[in-house]
Structures are given as C-alpha cells and as structure tokens.
Design a protein around this ligand. Sequence first.
Ligand SMILES: [Zn+2]
Length: 339
Amino acid sequence: MIIMIKKIIIPAICLIIVLSHCSTKKDGIIMTVNGPVSSKEMGVSLVHEHILVDFIGADSITAHRWNLSSVLERSLPFLMQIRALGCKTFIECTPAYLGRDPLLLKKLSDSSGLNIITNTGYYGALNNKYIPKHAYNETADQLAARWTLEWDSGIDGTGVKPGFIKIGVMEGHLSDLHIKLVEAAARTHLKTGLTIASHTGPAVPAFEQLDILQKEGVAPEAFIWVHAQAEKDLISHVRAAKMGAWIGLDGVNDDNLTDYVKMIKNLKDNDLLNKILLSHDAGWYHPGEENGGDYRGYNTLFEKLVPLLLKENFSEVEINQLLVINPSEAFTTGVHRIN
Ligand SMILES: [Zn+2]
C-alpha cells in the first residue's frame, strides 16, 4: 500500500516542479506585493489562501493585535514547503478589516521567494462584521474611489499595490449594501483592470452579482465565483462558466478530494476545464491564540489532489491548465468590458 502511494505521489510532485518552469502564452502583468511581474512568470499558483485572519471585527481590528516577527516565524515554513513542491505564486485573500497586512506579505515574499498577491475591497459576508462604518454611508463611486486609490498609490502608505479586488456577500439574495459593494467592485475593475474575487458560496448570489456586473458593463471574465464548491447543483457551475465566470473550487482538504474530482470532472465533461480555479482556503495565523493557533498547510492539492487526478486519467496538459494557465488568465490585469 505504501509503495502504491509513493508511486503515485512522486511523479505528481515531479510534474508540479516541471510545471513550475512552464510559462503561459498570456502577455501582461500580475501585480504582486513587490510590484508588477510578467504573467508568464506566475507558474504554479494557489489562488485562494490566507496567512493571517483576525475575526475580531472592523470596529476593533488594528495591526497591533499581532506581532510581525511571530507571524513570519509561524507562516514561513508553510510557504517554504509549497515552494519546494513547485508553487511559484500565492494569492492571499484576506481583505482589509480582516487582517490584510501588506508589509507582512512583502516580507514573506522576500523570505520565501514566492510571488504573493494581496487585494483591495470590503468583505460583507458574516453579517457585515468586517465592513467599516464609512461603507454604510458612502456611495458605490466613493468606495470605488478608495479602492482605486490603493491601486494608484499603494495601500496605507506602504507602496504595496493590490493585485485583485476581494469582496464578500451573504448566501441568499443580495442586500442593498452588498449590491453597492458589487457596483463599487465593477467600477474599480473598469478603472484598474483588477479581477473581482467575491466570497459567494451558493449560486443565487453568484448569478445576482453577474447580473449587476453586466449592468455595469463588466464581462463575467472579470469575476471569480469564490467558494463555488458550496453550490451542490453542479449545473450552476457549468452555467456560470459558460457565461465566462471563473469557478473557484477553493476549499481542497484531505477529506473532500473525491468531491473535488467530481466537480472538476463535471466541468471537464462540458469542455470548461479552462474556467476552474483550485485552492485550499488554508492557513492561517489567528491573532490572540497561542502561537497563532491551528495552522493548516497548503500542500494537499499538490500531494493528494493532483495524484488523484492523474489516476483519473487527467493529462499533464490538463494539470498545467488547472494550476498554471487558469490562474494566469484569471489574475492578469486588464479590463473585461461588455462590448
Ligand atoms: Zn478565504
């Protein structure tokens, strides 16, 4: 049994290291915490992970709640582990008011050698606990101006620019506040060319957001349906992907690998392998907990899911599509306008 596992795992890891040297045809740039990088240099990427998340709430959060060197010490080994597995780019999805820390990410990028990407935008999921007060009164244009300023001038005086827009909505129909967040994201996209990743879950709010984007003149190609694995009606994945949206299957862990294979196969059977984004939604340092609390590594996708896909007759070209080409297509900056 052990020999069998080894036989499967070793070639998969070799494959990922080979893929990490592959470049895509995509011209353009991704915006990392260390500035612009050619999309061709993005390599094997994890599109939705976290280094630090603080659930204290928008009214109480400050960067004084964590010690930079403690977080660095705790998280760096996990990044070195995936770098050794062939990963080149790490997209950190923690939004402002939930523990986004651009300087921490810059230090981790410098220490690990990984490209790291951070974000702009506000997270409305979890009952708006992470929405700052000003967002209730300001218009969509005012919010878009704040987020665009981070793209133009960097985040909070750090000089670090966001590489995508991260918003979050609740699971049911969109509230007025969340409609405003989506409108602000659309307007920021049209000014910056940053892709919109929205914490969404089920299909109802996913399609409502796509409707708003359409009204704002933004094409579905600019939208990542984050946590699409929460929608069990797989026809919705196909429908959204056919429109052009990215399907984020981003909660891979040891216990759900067969579900992921099923969801990936469903899109593959519909010729939509080119719309899938895979990741773990793993990590992270929890401020206020002993040594940052439980921290889940980012290796399952490389060590377990890829071997399983190879066993299910996915080709190396298809694995390259999932881990290298799709992330670079999704995160290369550029405006996707409806003509
Ligand atoms: Zn997440």
